[in-house]
Design a protein around this ligand. Structure first.
Ligand SMILES: [Zn+2]
Length: 315
């Protein structure tokens, strides 16, 4: 008998900031691992001093220029500086495609990608800043780290697809279950072989979710169960490494409802937020953001955090 095809060897499970690492209990592929993605456009954080200041908001330099001078001092500075983890969807078929888009750009990057099968890619040490979400005050990247989660968002819908101009809905119901029909090129790029991309939840008969965010109706299918499990572990891991990133999400103190629009105290909030919570867009060059979108299950994240912190109510 031919042995069944085996998945690639178990990946590393640690994420890294200034050489400090924590095991998060989910597969993590680091930028210098085989099959890893190296952030093509890193920047220095203005509030940290352990790098050449020429790296702050300058065009991308050769990779060798991104040296952390004293990692111990750098880690202390980073712990003081970073207090937000921002969640995004990448409007891509998978993380590999997301990385190609980052590479084609002169300024785009994200410290983490989260693929459909729950694999986390860390693209650089968290000491470095990436231009993922400037937020309405334009200095949001300095105080945050980002994760781009694989999801096509509205591009999966024939009627809404603008970028890819898909000729049919990209999710289909197979044996009563919605599934993303992933083109072979992208299927081959997932770490888990033959991975079936099934949304964790589906909405009524039509499958996709629809809610208004920062003034626009956002229609999209949900993230996968594997992505939820990994993003929760990633939040915990980042909190352990950078304790100012609290295990909390935006929440109305009176109604306990979770907002989807930009929040008032977006620049001071310490915890986990969506791109939508920090940027409603104030001018032509700063557009409104809707991610991680209408399907993202914020309640699940909140429940997981409350369990962790032992609190009954979000603070
Ligand atoms: Zn975003």
């Amino acid at each position: 008998m031919t042995p069944p095809p085996s998945d690639p060897p178990a990946a590393n499970q640690s994420i890294i900031a200034c050489g400090q690492s924590v095991d998060i209990g989910a597969p993590v592929v680091l930028w210098n691992d085989k099959g890893g993605f190296n952030c093509p456009n890193k920047r220095g954080r203005e509030n940290c001093s352990q790098h050449d200041p020429v790296l702050d908001d300058q065009p991308t330099q050769p990779d060798a220029a991104y040296q952390i001078l004293d990692p111990k001092v750098a880690y202390q500075e980073l712990k003081k500086t970073v207090y937000q983890l921002i969640l995004h969807y990448d409007v891509c078929y998978c993380s590999w495609q997301c990385h190609q888009i980052m590479k084609d750009s002169t300024f785009k990057g994200s410290q983490f990608y989260l693929d459909l099968d729950g694999t986390i890619y860390q693209t650089c040490d968290l000491y470095w800043k990436t231009n993922t979400g400037p937020s309405d005050d334009r200095i949001g990247n300095t105080r945050s780290v980002h994760v781009e989660m694989a999801n096509l968002s509205w591009e999966a819908l024939k009627e809404e697809s603008d970028l890819y101009k898909v000729t049919k809905d990209q999710y289909r119901k197979i044996n009563g279950q919605w599934q993303l029909i992933l083109p072979q090129t992208y299927r081959d790029k997932l770490r888990t072989r033959d991975f079936k991309v099934i949304p964790a939840r589906s909405h009524k008969q039509r499958g996709y979710f629809s809610r208004r965010i920062n003034g626009a109706m956002v229609r999209m299918w949900d993230f996968t169960e594997e992505q939820y499990q990994s993003v929760i572990k990633l939040c915990r891991g980042i909190h352990r490494l950078l304790p100012k990133v609290k295990l909390r999400i935006p929440c109305d103190t009176k109604t306990h409802r979770i907002p989807l629009d930009r929040i008032r105290n977006f620049s001071r909030f310490a915890g986990v937020m969506g791109h939508c919570h920090i940027q409603q867009g104030t001018s032509d060059d700063l557009r409104p953001k809707y991610d991680p979108g209408s399907a993202f299950n914020w309640s699940r994240l909140r429940k997981a955090f409350l369990k962790e912190t032992g609190k009954r109510r979000p603070s």
